[in-house]
Design a protein around this ligand. Structure first.
Ligand code: FEO
Length: 399
């Protein structure tokens, strides 16, 4: 168990082997962080997923008796944090649950809260623990409407719940004890797949947090930020404002490799524009949705292609486009391509989706009848050049 500061401990659980977190590909596992603050009064900040309740109780019991906890803070009701609350409220017999009004409603929709002692708190409240105190920031939609964060001003620690988290199971708890590029890769995957639709609210949260003196950010997933706070705050600002990288993503599905050949030719064209471009042809049936969304987050330009199956795109491409649409990424310039045999379908159905998502189509659709001819491959190469140049321009607009 790690100590963040004098008598503030991490008491949550590490889920080493979770590999699917409601469709998030948690290839490195996950953690459900909870924190114990010991003072004249004791507080538990957040709980854990239901199956990890005993781990939570064991960790708390190493430091104090369960009956000596005075407050349980619920920053967010999603069951990965609230699942253990029914057991927590039963066994922490002297605890009052602190949450905002929306949170109480959401808790009531999930659990029988009739016997829970609940105190509603908001941004103007300050709960004294003795030498330290807890303040609260409402952060709606980061990640649910009731989400909030808890701040201990005397320690300059922000308990940020989902924000700034990563799905990364490790034996250490702090960012300076692990490889920073890996933490940032996982933080980006987490942001892209969970937080992207709420970028505007993230910017508001960053604005509110700007005035807080901060020495530590303790999220509810992954490692605690005590050294690289500037890195994660600036990355969130970039991701939430939709900053583009010099990048071209080519997403495709293929049946007999015609569409694959086209994708690779588009990639060659884009690569020929500049060695400074990140160009990635991605076969979507060999790549997780999680990775696709992570790569899409900062991509300004995409080509999307599919072979034709029963007059439509191939079905996994439908799943990818559904996922992308829901995540509401900043608009991307796009082109559709693909092959067909005796009738149209694949690239045409993709183009409809792209238009529906308001992704401007910046080059004519590229179609191949069965195998791509040299003329079709040349069109792919030239389109790749167009996309590459556009990606460079878009990335420059950030400067
Ligand atoms: Fe980690 Fe929105 O729950």
């Amino acid at each position: 168990m790690s100590e963040l500061r004098n008598n503030i401990f991490s008491v949550g659980a590490v889920d080493w082997n979770v590999r699917d977190f409601h469709s998030f590909d948690t290839k490195r596992g996950a953690t459900y962080n909870a924190y114990l603050v010991q003072d004249e009064k004791n507080a538990l900040i957040d709980a854990v997923k239901a199956p990890f309740a005993e781990t939570l109780f064991r960790n708390i019991s190493e430091k104090t008796e369960l009956e000596k906890i005075n407050y349980v803070v619920c920053n967010h009701c999603e069951p990965d944090h609230s699942g253990a609350l029914p057991e927590v409220m039963k066994r922490l017999t002297n605890a009052t649950l602190l949450c905002n009004a929306k949170c109480k409603d959401v808790l009531a929709a999930h659990y029988d809260i009739a016997d829970w002692k609940i105190q509603i708190v908001g941004p103007t409240d300050r709960i004294s623990l003795g030498t330290r105190s807890m303040m609260f920031l409402n952060t709606p939609m980061v990640h649910w409407p009731e989400s909030m964060m808890t701040y201990i001003p005397e320690e300059k620690i922000l308990f940020s719940n989902d924000a700034f988290g990563q799905h990364l199971a490790t034996s250490v708890r702090f960012d300076d004890q692990w490889d920073l590029p890996e933490i940032m890769r996982e933080a980006k995957a987490y942001y892209a797949n969970i937080v992207t639709p709420y970028g505007r609210q993230v910017l508001k949260t960053l604005e509110a947090a700007k005035d807080l003196p901060l020495e530590m950010i303790a999220p509810s997933h992954g490692l605690i930020w005590r050294k690289n706070l500037g890195t994660i705050l600036s990355a969130y600002s970039d991701w939430a404002s939709g900053r583009y990288s010099a990048k071209v993503l080519i997403l495709y599905d293929t049946m007999w490799e015609s569409t694959k050949k086209m994708a690779e030719e588009i990639a060659k064209g884009a690569i020929s524009v500049s060695s400074g471009l990140d160009v990635q042809p991605i076969h979507i049936r060999k790549t997780s949705l999680t990775r696709i969304a992570t790569e899409l987050l900062d991509t300004p330009v995409i080509a999307v292609g599919s072979a034709t199956l029963n007059t439509l795109m191939m079905p996994m491409m439908g799943a990818v486009l559904t996922y992308i649409k829901g995540l509401k990424f900043r608009s991307k310039s796009a082109v559709s391509f693909g092959s067909a045999g005796w009738g149209p379908g694949g690239p045409e159905s993709i183009a409809k989706w792209l238009e529906e998502m308001n992704y401007p189509l910046v080059a004519p659709m590229i179609k191949s009848k069965f195998l791509p001819t040299p003329e079709v491959l040349d069109q792919c190469f030239q389109t790749g050049i167009t996309l590459g140049k556009l990606a460079l321009e878009k990335a420059k607009q950030n400067e």
